[in-house]
Write a protein that binds this ligand. Structure first.
Ligand code: URA
Length: 242
């Protein structure tokens, strides 16, 4: 065996061990943060029967969208062309949450309509065999950061309450967090997506699966395999709850 191969195996082992340590750390931190959250208002039984009854979910989402239509809570309100609230079935069993609109999304006011969006659509339609209209798709930020720069903490904290409300109204069976920003924001963790993906976490009592962002898949096609594994876990969970 050459030195080079021994080194590669060592590196692999080190990566695996690091991943395992991060996974355990993530599990502990995640459980801690879940028990520490107190601000979530659980929908009351009467809310569920009225406000969040399927026929009223669309109306409730429309109200949130109208409330933020002219939002100027952060600087992105000055540079956006269109606010990208979200799209899909208000009664969806699965909600995909991405990072922030890009140029195409900003132009059209719709989430995931560019190249990464096409790949997400393929995952949903060709992989999961469901219609894009049957899921709900939105982002952590509703406005495009100029030049697609990373979302800033201030922007996330201003925008997050609207997302929370959206998710509370839809109350899906599963949330799929696409990429680092979505996963870290929703799970309140600093762990990397590599340590978070591949298992369910909990977000306000809803199962959440983090996976790689479709834009990352465009640059790293080999990551399609782990994403497919994550998606299969989601499909299995949804079929169990059917
Ligand atoms: N990337 C995202 O995170 N969201 C979109 O809507 C489009 C690209």
């Amino acid at each position: 065996m050459s030195d080079e191969i021994v080194l590669t195996e060592k590196e692999k082992l080190r990566e695996e061990l690091l991943g395992a340590v991060q996974a355990v750390k993530g599990y502990v931190l995640n459980n801690q943060s879940l028990s520490a959250k107190v601000e979530w208002e659980k929908p009351s039984e009467s809310d569920k029967a009225t406000k969040f009854h399927p026929v009223n979910k669309e109306e409730a989402l429309g109200e949130v969208e109208r409330a933020m239509k002219n939002c100027k809570l952060c600087e992105l309100g000055k540079t956006r062309k269109n606010l990208v609230f979200g799209q899909g079935n208000p009664c969806a069993k699965i909600v995909f949450v991405g990072e922030a609109p890009g140029a195409d999304e900003d132009e059209q006011g719709l989430p995931f309509v560019g190249r990464a969006g096409q790949l997400l659509t393929d995952i949903i339609v060709k992989g999961m065999k469901i219609k894009r209209e049957d899921v709900y798709i939105c982002n952590i930020l509703k406005c495009r950061p100029p030049g697609n720069r990373n979302p800033q903490p201030e922007e996330i904290s201003k925008c997050e309450p609207f997302l929370k409300k959206q998710l509370q109204i839809i109350s899906p069976v599963i949330i799929c967090a696409l990429g680092t920003f979505a996963a870290k924001t929703l799970l309140k963790t600093d762990l990397p997506i590599t340590a978070l993906r591949g298992r369910f976490h909990a977000y306000e009592g809803i199962k959440l699966m983090p996976t790689y962002h479709p834009a990352y898949l465009l640059r790293n096609p080999s990551a399609k395999k782990p994403v497919w594994e994550d998606i299969q876990m989601i499909m299995k969970e949804i079929s169990v709850r059917d």
